[in-house]
Design a protein around this ligand. Sequence first.
Ligand code: GLN
Length: 487
Amino acid sequence: MSTLASLTAHELAGRYRRGEATPTAAVTDYLARIDALDPQVRAFLTVTREEALRAAAEADARFRAGTPRGPLDGVPIALKDVLCTRGIRSTCGSKILDRFVPPYDATVVARLFAAGAILLGKLNMDEFAMGSSTEHSAYFTTRNPWDLARVPGGSSGGASAAVAADMAALTLGTDTGGSIRQPAAFSGVLGMKPTYGRVSRYGLIAFASSLDQIGPFAKDALDAALMLQAIAGVDPMDSTSVDVPVPDYAASLREGIDGLRLGVPAEYFIDGMDPEVEQAVRTAIGALEKLGARTEPVSLPHTEYGLAAYYVIAPAEASSNLARYDGVKYGLRVPGARDVIDMYSKTRAAGFGTEVKRRVMLGTYALSAGYYDAYYGQALKVRTLVRRDFQQAFERVDLIVAPTTPGVAFKMGEKEDPIQMYLNDIFTIPVNLAGLPGLSIPGGFTQTGLPIGLQLIGRAFDEALLLRAAYAYQQVTTWHSRKPPLA
Ligand code: GLN
């Protein structure tokens, strides 16, 4: 139905430059598509219609004057609702922030606005980014555009579904244990988690601060490169952002992968994984070999302990980060309390959902006196071992290739047991523990038409190589240009 909304961001930018389309036409097209499809998909928590049309008119004027700002000028984007947007409600998928309107923009948001990108709205997510399906959103569940009975993945499920359904050209999500790569795999789009410290977290509502990173969802590798270019780089407002040079990602995409050494970790092909996923990933490895890459087996022996360590470390940090929601500083306050303690507990009881409460309790317990060394201290030691596994592998190979997830998108309500939900992230979590960059690209489809994710993992700050390999793969495959069968 739509034409402009089906294009990649770089194709759209080409039309603007040649005067064949305007940002207003693109935004109008996208808004019509959101009106038509989002009642089914439910990716958006907020649509910023007036703001988008106003920004589009300004972008039109820049193109008319011959002074566009760069490759993202006039490109319609949307953002996971974990990112603070000045004057625009930012819920983090939670009732406790239902009416929170931030007084400032996250650094990534400010940088995208400075590049001329146009915000279409804010996207659904699991509450406080805790989950793998968006079923933990306090508002509603987003549906997978490839099969509306299935989840799009999570926690950034709104951000992956919006790109998959052509309801935004590019989106931003966050990845603490897999929340960009897993929904990218389930939704059939590219999702990239940058190296810890590559992108500023200022204005990102914190879940687990030592693991959280912001990254793009895109229709192809060039679009992802343009989005990362706009948001990457040191920020004085985030002391964990790292001052290393940001290369020109788009410029090196076409260098190919001839002679690249690719590691295939035995621990990422496990009993019980979906045979169609394994088959697709092995076929994709064959395609990378044809492009000149040499593969060799590598071992990441501590992989199996990563999940357990993560489910101590992430809840521990979350229990501390979420202490700020006390009915005083932000968002919800339940009235009619007897005293301040009563107000605090009533507000948190009403404002937080079940999964968030579970994590706060787990984290508080793991950090409590007498248990700290047994749980949190041990988990940190495991984290070091996981990081060392990768360091040793990267002495021999340049990139690691693996499945993103052991299975494909599951049905809504299928994983009610929290442990079953947690198991989705066994192949993504180690990357966060080690602070490395990783991306997921469409690497095939099941017989029934569900997307399969191919994961690439790189050395710290080597996003350029990840994007280059993804680009090379996308030159010889067409998975990324398939569209979901939405009316
Ligand atoms: N699914 C994982 C969790 O629930 C990861 C979430 C994330 O990366 N934000 O914690």
